[in-house]
Design a protein around this ligand. Structure first.
Ligand SMILES: Nc1ncnc2c1ncn2[C@@H]1O[C@H](COP(=O)(O)OP(=O)(O)OP(=O)(O)O)[C@@H](O)[C@H]1O
Ligand SMILES: [Mg+2]
Length: 269
């Protein structure tokens, strides 16, 4: 069964269509990365996939069920979303934020919170936040905050994780740590992951499948080596690039410059 599926979705803000007729299939146990330029509709798409935004037409199915016919709590048990710009009161501690992730699983009549506490401890440990769990959100660096939000999503214990730019604010070491954690969760716990990244080389390295969004439309999708091509980089991102092979055989994109047809556009900014 597919973990998640979008069938012919259209999404609008007011009168403006942001996502045009898009269909996607997310298989269980795989890591997907959505790539696309700023403003191409990636966050809008991931909000729709996570039931945070209702398409004007088309359907989204979570394990074969229409997400918009499901209760929000039922969806939250099966799918967690890390927003691009998450917000919470600054005087919450990291641990309190992460405890919110347990909300879909809480039974109001249950006094025993030990199972919840175990999951919270686990999520804090995975994101290396145990030692600073009492720190307030307002006192965190950008990267610590990012990890705290990931911990909250992990505490939700869902099999499907949607991550909107999980590596923003992170230094290069913490970026790799985050992506290695995603890979480990995928390998050891069978998590399905759909994430949005801007670093094409990291996307190539850490994803089973790449989904390219351009102007609100699905440009291409498939294995990294099939999708990340010089033509795609030119058409979608407007850059000339060389493709190389790293010493572990991994795909490496080396940008050379802005493609001819885009240079006027850049000058006029
Ligand atoms: N709440 C909103 N109301 C109106 N327009 C919006 C809203 N959110 C996003 N948009 C517009 O929709 C388009 C797609 O935005 P979206 O945030 O999905 O892009 P994105 O691909 O995630 O970009 P980025 O890489 O910069 O995060 C943009 O033109 C944006 O201005
Ligand atoms: Mg975005």
């Amino acid at each position: 069964m597919l973990a998640l599926q979008a069938l012919n979705i259209h999404l609008k803000y007011g009168n403006r269509t942001i996502i045009h007729q898009m269909s996607l299939s997310i298989e269980q146990g795989k890591i997907y990365t959505i790539l696309g330029p700023n403003g191409s509709g990636k966050s809008t798409l991931i909000k729709a996939l996570s039931r945070n935004l209702k398409p004007s037409s088309g359907t989204i199915e979570l394990e074969g069920e229409n997400v918009f016919s499901m209760k929000a709590l039922e969806v939250a048990k099966r799918m967690a979303l890390l927003h691009q710009k998450p917000q919470a009161p600054g005087d919450l501690s990291i641990r309190e934020l992460v405890e919110h992730g347990r909300f879909p699983h809480r039974k109001f009549w249950s006094a025993d919170a030990s199972a919840d506490n175990e999951k919270v401890d686990w999520a804090l440990k995975q994101t290396r936040l145990t030692f600073m769990q009492d720190k307030k959100l307002q006192d965190l660096s950008g990267g610590e905050g990012q990890r705290a939000w990931l911990a909250m999503a992990l505490a939700q214990s869902s099999k499907l994780l949607l991550l909107d730019e999980p590596t923003t604010f992170l230094d290069i070491c913490h970026q790799l740590e985050m992506l290695e954690l995603v890979k480990q969760l995928n390998r050891e716990h069978g998590l399905t992951v759909v994430m949005i990244l801007h670093d094409i080389n990291q996307a190539a390295k850490y994803s089973d499948e790449i989904i390219v969004v351009h102007n609100g439309r699905l440009h291409s999708a498939g294995e990294p080596s099939h999708v990340i091509t010089k033509d795609m980089l030119n058409e979608v991102f407007g850059v000339e690039a060389e493709l190389k092979s790293g010493h572990q055989g991994q795909l490496i994109v080396e940008p050379i410059g802005i493609a001819e047809k885009n240079s006027g556009q850049v000058d006029s900014i």
